[in-house]
Design a protein around this ligand. Structure first.
Ligand code: BG6
Length: 519
């Protein structure tokens, strides 16, 4: 495996620890080596020492010698990605490392660099003959995010990459697809006969997705300011999650079949017309605030962020999927930084029962206001008005919970909503691999199911493009301030379009607290 951007943050935080975990679990091939490449000058020893620091000192129940063997399989090559000659040198080094490690010529290239280096590297590799698959050996290219900045640049990048690598060789990573709970959506839906008949417009009222982050821009102000929540989280991660929720059952579980189905979803997204952007999309930016945890800086005070920045750190959208299954079912999706908790969840809100039998006092007892019910011994429970819901907690405290109404013990027929749940923590093997770990392994074994295909990426960009355009061309579309540590702009509730409806406030832990449900 060749990692470009080897001295960068992603390599240290995700790639090397992920590979080490795979190695420790016996999932890496016996003959395996990593060649790190980057601008920084470094010896193999220095690279190993730097990566060793990224691994936990404590090897747990694994022998120390294993850790040393893993580190011994790491090599480093200095490389200026823009210098054509550098790839000849890289090729020679790669051959030397490959014959030392006995890898047989299979190579996985990983572009863990800023996007400006994607094209020079892919082109450089191809020009030096390093993209070519010879003698049964494979060559694959994993491309990090962001994949494009808008529709045009994403298309251009796909075109360029296709000039050098076949689509079959290209793996565009979206780490949300590597999350266990996101993959579990497929199993939950397609390995149980109980859900699928309910998974339609006939029973579902709306689908709500929240990806809340407690962190701010964490020193990435420079990058983030050129991106914003719509590009950074929605166009890629959240639309991929929507793809999993909304797709039709594939005919078989092969990459092409699964990816065909998600692309159909993206192609069915109803375009948000320019005139509707102000109504269907709410954007916000966090402002400085004083919370119980102390003072929190506003986005414009973050390092690297211009004082007058109009980049959104929060976005909420209402949209539709125009196909038979989802006709008339709104999807409400929001994401933001500096919200009160780190929580990502999908809520399938089922419809209200068409006729409320319970929680209503018998007609002959109704005299004036409904709240006289309690006095007459027939408590009018607010919960009686709640519809059932299925909550898929993607992180943290990964879980699935069905919330439905039951009778409260005792006299009368008072109703309360309770949760029936499954927690990953309750499984016998509670090890949840990091998303990168799963995706790296899939890249090595050549399974592209959980990687985004060229057409999927373009289709997702096509959907967000009118929003980006409207924001650019109509600065009058409000950018709402919201205090850091709050649930975002109040204006986002308007997307529900129904009095009394709003965003669910996710509890920090889905199950322990019984879920605090807001209609
Ligand atoms: C990244 C974004 O792709 O995803 C970050 O660039 C964001 O801004 C992160 O914080 C969220 O990932 P996770 O796995 O922490 O939900």
């Amino acid at each position: 495996m060749v990692i470009f951007g080897a001295s960068g943050d992603l390599t240290v935080r995700k790639l090397i620890p992920g590979l080490y975990e795979l190695y420790g679990r016996g999932l890496l091939p016996d003959r395996f080596a990593v060649l790190g490449a980057g601008r920084t000058a470094m010896s193999d020893e220095k690279f190993r020492a730097t990566m060793a620091a990224a691994l936990a000192e404590d090897t747990g129940d694994r022998p120390r010698a294993d850790r040393d063997r893993f580190l011994g399989a790491l090599y480093y090559q200095q490389l200026d990605p823009t210098a054509a000659a550098a790839y000849g040198t890289l090729g020679e080094r790669l051959s030397a490392v490959a014959s030392e490690a006995g890898t047989g010529g299979n190579v996985l290239y990983y572009l863990a660099t800023p996007p400006s280096s994607f094209e020079p590297i892919a082109g450089g590799l191809a020009a030096a003959g390093l993209a070519e698959e010879r003698g049964g050996a494979w060559r694959r290219l994993i491309v990090e995010k962001p994949f494009g900045y808008d529709l045009q640049s994403a298309r251009a990048l796909n075109e360029r990459l296709h000039a050098w690598f076949g689509e079959r060789q290209i793996y565009r990573i979206d780490h949300y697809l590597g999350k266990e709970t996101v993959q579990n959506v497929l199993v939950l839906r397609f390995a149980n006969e109980v859900w699928e008949p309910l998974w339609t417009r006939a029973t579902i009222d709306r689908v709500e997705v929240t990806a809340a982050e407690q962190v701010g821009v964490e020193g990435r102000g420079g990058y983030y300011d050129g991106s914003g929540a719509l590009r950074d989280m929605f166009q890629n991660h959240l639309l991929q999650v929507v793809g999993m929720i909304a797709m039709e059952p594939p005919a078989h579980f092969r990459p092409s079949a699964v990816r065909n189905e998600t692309v159909k979803v993206f192609d069915s997204l109803r375009p948000i017309l320019p005139a509707q952007v102000a109504e269907d999309v709410v954007r916000g930016q966090y402002t400085g605030s004083l919370t119980t945890e102390g003072a929190m800086a506003g986005y414009r005070e973050e390092p690297g962020v211009p004082a007058g920045s109009r980049t959104e750190t929060y976005v909420a959208l209402r949209f539709h999927i125009d196909n038979r299954r989802w006709a008339g079912v709104p999807f409400l999706v929001r994401t933001g930084k500096r919200l009160p908790a780190r929580v990502t969840e999908v809520v399938i809100h089922f419809k209200q029962v068409p006729h409320h039998l319970f929680g209503m006092p018998p007609a002959d007892l109704i005299s004036g206001a409904l709240d006289t019910g309690a006095a007459s011994g027939h408590a009018v429970s607010a919960a009686a008005a709640e519809a059932s819901k299925l909550i898929i907690r993607i992180q943290p405290d990964e879980a699935i919970q069905l919330r439905c109404n039951v009778k409260l013990p005792g006299a009368g027929f008072d109703v309360q909503q309770v949760g029936m749940d499954f927690r990953y923590a309750d499984l016998a093997d509670t090890y949840l691999p990091d998303a990168y770990e799963r995706l790296l392994l899939d890249g090595i074994t050549g399974d592209a199911t959980l990687y985004a295909r060229a057409d999927a990426i373009e289709s997702c960009w096509e959907f967000v493009q009118p929003v980006l355009k409207a924001w650019r061309e109509h600065p009058g579309i409000p950018l709402h301030g919201y205090p850091a540590g709050s649930w975002g702009p109040a204006a986002a509730a308007s997307l529900f379009r129904r009095p009394g409806y709003g965003w669910r406030t996710p509890a920090p832990s889905l199950i322990d607290t019984g879920g605090h449900v807001v209609m």
